[in-house]
Design a protein around this ligand. Structure first.
Ligand SMILES: Nc1ncnc2c1ncn2[C@@H]1O[C@H](COP(=O)(O)OP(=O)(O)OP(=O)(O)O)[C@@H](O)[C@H]1O
Ligand SMILES: [Mg+2]
Length: 376
């Protein structure tokens, strides 16, 4: 393919998700160009980066120049920025999607309007209203800032009424919601992609294991996968994709309470619980997101076998420790910092039993070498 025929995709955000989008673009003949407020970002190794504020119109023009389409890899971009960009180049998903999900309260309202089950929630406006919520929903409650949280940041579990004022002081001024604490069987997610022609494809439901609010391990497919579980999750994702007129990859994070699925939150982008798809699915979430936003035919979301993905937090493990044969290593090139997602490892096996054995061995190797991130 000649240089001239390569498509250019503009991406807001240049973290590891942007980096893996750009990597997926390479073999498709798609180039990515990234805009991000910070310097020294993971995507810089594989894509040209414009470093500028989200409010810099000149930078938005540079980002959009020659691009076929724009998208985002992070949902905390100001809606105004995305709307401005949409005047220069088509943005997919549409800016209205960001507006609908960026604020946790709006997102819950969207889910309620589709009769999709969530933990009972409320968005009190003052401390008195908080007391009423507490009386109505009971303890424990999870307090979440309405905007800007990730990896469990911007959250507190409220276990005693006496802590209410402190929680209100911490989150109240910027807006908060309370959710009832869910005693789930496990956490799972479904990733789905919708193309410009309305075609929808779903990857299998996966199980996500967290520690301190941070994703540590994804098992794909979910060990308790069944056609019924898949159908229930697909119905939720399909309703959201259609309502939002969504184009691209959407992640729906779920709490599974035996047979009941409650939506925790939705992420309007490629997602950490879909990293296994790079090696474990016919078409990865990154390739399918590019395909969808470009208006190309979607790739096959079938799983190739049984995968497990382990996040590396803090520092990357030594390859001599982490990389037994068959381990796929992804180093995002980030500076080490406690708790920071700096890379991930994926194993793919032909049976669930072998996958589980490989995962156990991988976690043991990491734990034996005191890799902080993955010691459980
Ligand atoms: N209502 C709840 N009941 C029980 N656990 C919860 C609840 N809400 C959140 N959690 C736990 O905290 C984790 C992080 O919560 P949530 O997904 O809302 O936050 P986040 O900061 O947006 O995370 P991320 O961006 O990493 O997905 C969940 O995956 C779950 O383990
Ligand atoms: Mg989450």
């Amino acid at each position: 393919m000649s240089q001239d025929s390569r498509a250019l995709v503009a991406v807001l955000g240049g973290g590891q998700l942007g980096r893996m989008l750009a990597e997926a673009g390479r073999h498709l003949g798609v180039d990515c160009r990234v805009l991000v407020p910070d310097s020294d970002v993971p995507a810089q190794a594989v894509a040209p980066v414009i470093t500028a504020s989200w409010h810099d119109d000149e930078a938005l023009r540079s980002l959009a120049a020659g691009a076929a389409v724009a998208t985002w890899e992070v949902e905390h971009v100001p809606v105004q920025t995305v709307e401005r960009l949409a005047r220069l180049v088509p943005v997919r998903p549409a800016p209205s999607v960001l507006a609908a999900v960026q604020d946790r309260m709006q997102q819950k309202r969207l889910l309620d309007s589709l009769s999709i089950a969530t933990a009972p929630w409320a968005a009190p406006a003052d401390l008195d209203a908080c007391r009423e919520v507490l009386a109505r929903l009971g303890l424990p409650l999870v307090a979440k800032s309405r905007r800007g949280g990730y990896d469990g940041r911007g959250q507190r579990i409220l276990r005693r009424e006496g802590d209410l004022a402190a929680v209100w002081q911490e989150f109240g001024p910027d807006g908060l919601i309370f959710e009832r604490f869910v005693s789930f069987t496990d956490e799972c997610s479904i990733l789905s992609v919708r193309g410009q022609d309305g075609e929808i494809r779903h990857w299998p439901v996966v199980e996500n294991r967290h520690r301190d609010g941070i994703l540590i391990t994804t098992l794909a497919p979910h060990p308790a996968w069944s056609p019924v579980l898949q159908a229930r999750a697909e119905a939720i994702a399909t309703a959201l994709l259609r309502r939002l007129g969504y184009i691209g990859v959407l992640a729906v994070e779920l709490f599974r309470c035996n047979d009941l699925l409650l939506v925790n939150e939705i992420a309007p982008r490629v997602h950490n619980s879909g990293h296994w798809t790079i090696e474990g699915s016919d078409c990865s979430q990154f390739e399918n997101h590019l395909r969808a936003v470009l208006g190309w035919p979607l790739g096959d979301t079938t799983a190739r076998g049984f995968s497990a993905m382990v996040n590396c937090l803090g520092t990357m493990p030594d390859p001599l420790v982490g990389d037994a044969p068959g381990t796929h290593r992804h180093d995002y090139g980030k500076r080490p910092r406690p708790g920071r997602k700096v890379g991930h490892l994926t194993v793919v096996s032909s049976t669930a039993i072998e996958r589980d054995a490989r995962l156990t061995a991988l976690l043991k190797r990491l734990s034996d070498h005191a890799i902080p991130a993955t010691t459980t």
